[in-house]
Design a protein around this ligand. Sequence first.
Ligand SMILES: [Zn+2]
Length: 153
Amino acid sequence: MTLPWLGYGFDSRSPLHITEETMSNRKIADIRNEVVAAQLKQLEEYFGEPVLPMSKYCEAFTIWTTCIINNNKDPKLVEPWGGQGKDYHDKLGHIMMDIRKSNLLARILYDKEEFRTEQCPEHKGHWSGNAMLMGNCPHACDGTGWLRAEKKK
Ligand SMILES: [Zn+2]
């Protein structure tokens, strides 16, 4: 999929690029679709909200972003009153790029980490590539500048 506002397609190594075809070709889970559907139904009842693979949410956000951008760039689609996103549509490409490369979002969504609220005494809330890559922060902030939630206790 090519993102017109970025001028290039998804990085195929990104978890954001998992498609239904990719999912169906996976060998990691040898379970049938009806078993998955039954489990999803149970999970949705438990949580009281939709339960979907992360890729489905990412795809929905990408579709929404593309629609907002197109509705503000295509003269045939622009509303006389400006339309939704008239004040920010030109920023969405950058915002989506920052979301895709966000370490914070990866930690929360993929690692299921609690949001860090206490600053690292050394890195004081600032990202450190050296500490992240070398793992050498004496407070184990992982280069994020913030202490893990479990470290506070
Ligand atoms: Zn640190």
